[in-house]
Design a protein around this ligand. Structure first.
Ligand code: BES
Ligand code: MN
Ligand code: ZN
Length: 526
């Protein structure tokens, strides 16, 4: 979105103290571009052999600076040296990578390292000595993860800023060369990682876009663009949804001037299944796409209401995930389904007291029109289960404020009818840093949404608000393994981190990509 960072791999041997391309080049302001060399060090300034050799001319200065700064090579610490002796770089950044553990860094730690590096850069020409002291590994996969961290940190949504240059970003364009042992392997490993990075960026863009621009039909059009990657995309308009009997979803959108949409995306990375003559079940991801949630007739208070443009973060994640899986040609048959609506107060809006009929045939008494996400998901879950008989369904939704009370913004709430699926989501969460926390479900909670007038009501009161919302969803799931992720805390307005400075976090794309890669993808036989 913002000033593009150009990142490329070069051979480590090409990073030479005297080979600073573009040193003479000037930035937009006519100032000479700053060149920066990045290296990594562990305890006692331990470095890879190439790095140690290259930094030889400034070894004394480095030792002195480290002493002065109490730099011990601890992970997270940085030694920032201006004008390193004998090196033709303006700046030398040495990042500590010593975790105190005698193990290689995890994927997630390597992504974070990339984020930390990017956080220190301000433009110009940068060369990275991607070399680590033992026991750390710096192969192709690590290099790809590192670059993902660089790019995720670099992301900025400034599409609507007409005056972009500020003093905070003085140097403009950024050109980064990452020196690796095997360029070809790094380029190859980066293809899949780049697909995922692009998926996260797509999800972030969708969440950050304003609701006047990203209304339901426009959202559907953005999903439709995935056809270019080979994804099959079907859009159901209001007429099609009426025919299907999606009375719950349609009720939410009926106060809006904009037409509601359900979008079904399918990536058949294992072929259509038909040719092989056996029917294999797809897996399915379902997202809440409320492009703006005013609360409807049960209108929300004004303060902070603008944040409800992010009430489609679940749907954004599903679109970003489908992009990632298709772009890296994942060997999986996967469905992404999103219900996209706008929840508005209006003369034609649905009201508290209304009783609506869902596609499943079950009736719902509306108590609060602000509990709209579950109504949207009820029909999309049912539709996907009924039409595709998936092996499992995972839905994502900015469903309840109560999940923020319970878990803050660190973890998403996980609700499920299946221990194996829950466990796998937990593991994928640990691997990607997109953590989930399972909360209880059960008949006693389910009873809380029984209604006097209909099969159920759409709220269960203040207590256990995230759980009763999940119980509501479960009434639209038969015995299909299912998990619900409440991402009201993690999908938007997230605290800034090493790898995310954006309001829309793109949360869930990396988590679910990992879930698919680790458990559901056909692996080539080794
Ligand atoms: N979209 C909101 C939930 C939300 C709150 C998301 C804060 C992100 C940040 C959802 O539609 C909603 O309004 N939920 C109500 C449910 C209540 C009426 C039962 C809530 O959480 O207050
Ligand atoms: Mn709401
Ligand atoms: Zn909502």
């Amino acid at each position: 979105m913002s000033e593009k960072a150009k990142v490329e791999f070069v051979a480590l041997s090409q990073i030479l103290p005297k080979a600073v391309a573009g040193k003479e080049a000037a930035n937009a302001k006519g100032e000479a571009e700053v060149s920066c060399l990045v290296a990594f060090a562990g305890a006692a300034m331990a470095m890879g052999a190439g790095s140690a050799k290259l930094l030889e001319p400034s070894a004394e200065q480095i030792a002195r600076a480290a002493r002065a700064a109490r730099f011990k090579g601890k992970v997270g610490s940085v030694l920032d040296i201006a004008g390193p002796h004998g090196l033709d770089f303006d700046r030398l950044l040495i990042l500590g990578v010593d975790s105190g553990k005698d193990v290689a860094a995890s994927d997630q730690e390597t992504v974070i390292l990339g984020g930390k590096v990017m956080g220190m850069l301000r433009g110009g020409n940068v060369q990275v000595l991607f070399e680590m002291p033992a026991p750390l590994v710096c192969g192709a996969d690590e290099a790809a993860d590192f670059v993902q961290g660089l790019l995720l940190r670099h992301y900025k949504f400034d599409l609507y800023k007409t005056r972009k240059k500020t003093d905070a970003e003085p140097d403009g364009a950024l050109h980064i060369k990452v020196g690796v042992a095997d360029v070809e392997a790094a380029v190859e490993a980066s293809q899949a990682t780049k697909a995922v990075t692009d998926g996260v960026v797509l999800a972030r863009n969708l969440v950050n876009e304003p609701p006047n621009v990203l209304f339901p039909e426009e959202f559907a059009a953005r999903a439709k663009a995935l056809e270019a990657l080979g994804v099959e995309v079907t859009v159901l308009d209001e007429k099609a949804m009426s025919k299907l009997g999606m009375g719950a979803l349609l009720a939410v959108g009926q106060g809006s001037r904009r037409e509601s949409q359900t979008v079904i995306m399918r990536w058949r990375g294992t072929g259509s299944g038909k040719e092989k003559g056996k029917k294999s079940k797809p897996i399915a991801f379902i997202g809440k796409g409320v492009i703006f949630d005013t609360g409807g007739i049960s209108i929300k208070p004004g303060a902070g209401m603008e944040d409800m443009k992010g009430d489609m973060a679940g749907a954004a994640c599903v679109v970003g995930l489908m992009h990632a899986l298709a772009a890296r040609k994942a060997k999986v048959d996967v469905i992404g389904a999103i219900g996209v609506v706008e929840n508005m107060p209006d003369g034609n809006a649905y009201r508290p007291g209304d009783i609506v009929k869902s596609m499943s045939g079950q009736t719902i008494e509306i108590i609060n029109t602000d509990a709209e996400g579950r109504l949207v998901l009820a029909d999309v879950l049912w539709y996907v289960q009924d039409k595709y008989e998936p092996a499992f369904m995972v839905d994502l939704a900015t469903l309840t404020g109560a999940i923020l009370v319970a878990l803050g913004q660190e973890k998403a709430g996980l609700f499920s009818n299946n221990d194996e699926l829950s466990h796998r989501l937990g593991e994928a969460g640990k691997a990607t840093g997109e953590a989930v926390w399972r909360l209880p479900m059960g008949p006693a909670y389910d009873k809380m949404i029984d209604s006097k007038f209909a099969d159920m009501k759409n709220t269960g009161g203040r207590h256990g608000g995230s759980i009763t919302a999940a119980q509501f969803l479960q009434r639209f799931v038969n015995d299909t393994p299912w998990a619900h992720l409440d991402i009201a805390g993690t999908g938007m307005g997230s605290p800034q981190s090493d790898i995310n400075q954006s309001w829309g976090s793109g949360w869930g794309v990396r988590l679910l990509n990992r879930l698919v890669a680790d458990y559901y993808e056909a692996k080539p036989k080794a």
